[in-house]
Design a protein around this ligand. Sequence first.
Ligand SMILES: C[S@@+](CC[C@H](N)C(=O)[O-])C[C@H]1O[C@@H](n2cnc3c(N)ncnc32)[C@H](O)[C@@H]1O
Length: 268
Amino acid sequence: MTTSNMAHASAPPPIRPDAVWRRLLDEATAPYRSAGRFAWHFARGKLGRDPVFRHLLESGLIRRPARVLDIGCGQALLAHLVPASHRAEAAGQWPTAWAAAPALAQYTGVELMPRDVARAQAALAGRDDARVLCGDMCEVPFPDCDTVVILDVLHYVDIAAQDAVLARVHAALVPGGVLLLRIGDVDRRAGFVVSQWVDRLVTWTRGHRVPPTWGRTLRDWLATLERLGFVAEARPMSQGTPFANVLLVARKPGETAAPVPSVSSPAA
Ligand SMILES: C[S@@+](CC[C@H](N)C(=O)[O-])C[C@H]1O[C@@H](n2cnc3c(N)ncnc32)[C@H](O)[C@@H]1O
């Protein structure tokens, strides 16, 4: 064997982002086996198909260590994905192209639907760093936090209620904290209508009543966030889907503000 062959043979294999993501998906969804077949299949389908979760990890948008508040958390997928990421990084299994993995200090999920809360709590059994509260985001008090995640939730309440939730989120965030808010852009009519119908279908499949919804334009969302004191930017977040989803990265300015990583966003 030549010297270059020996060097080649001993080089560690490259860490491939897709392979890392598949392992994270396996690890983050394994706890749902104890919550029943539906919970496990739903978790795998959601994490596997929705581009936002991988984007949150690879772009370093979740502060570290983070007290995460996940509003409208459903089955609380992030409560498993964030620690799985931290473990992967600690084991040297983290792609160099990705931002540093997030670390979870504390996770609080808020979810209206008791069935989702039950599935989330079953998967979190034995964890003391994560809890899921069953209640209405318009009423549940929010704990102090570093990162707030609201994915596809605010359209379930009217505009005044949306603004009231956002104002309370601003108050709960530490200076420099980040709100990660995914919304549908009403201006992109076709994608918005498709996402609303899929949303209704999924809500019905999960055994819930299908509620009315309230949408607004991306311009309106950005203006509202600015009025409430956030500094916000929009990233397309529906690649690989027919939706008009946008991730709003909204920072609460403050002395301890960490720069929001500005990796290139995936195309819509
Ligand atoms: C489209 S699902 C998204 C779930 C989760 N954020 C995710 O991305 O996997 C919207 C969730 O918001 C919840 N929700 C709707 N209205 C709510 C309210 N007023 N308070 C708390 N949760 C609410 C629904 O029950 C549902 O679980």
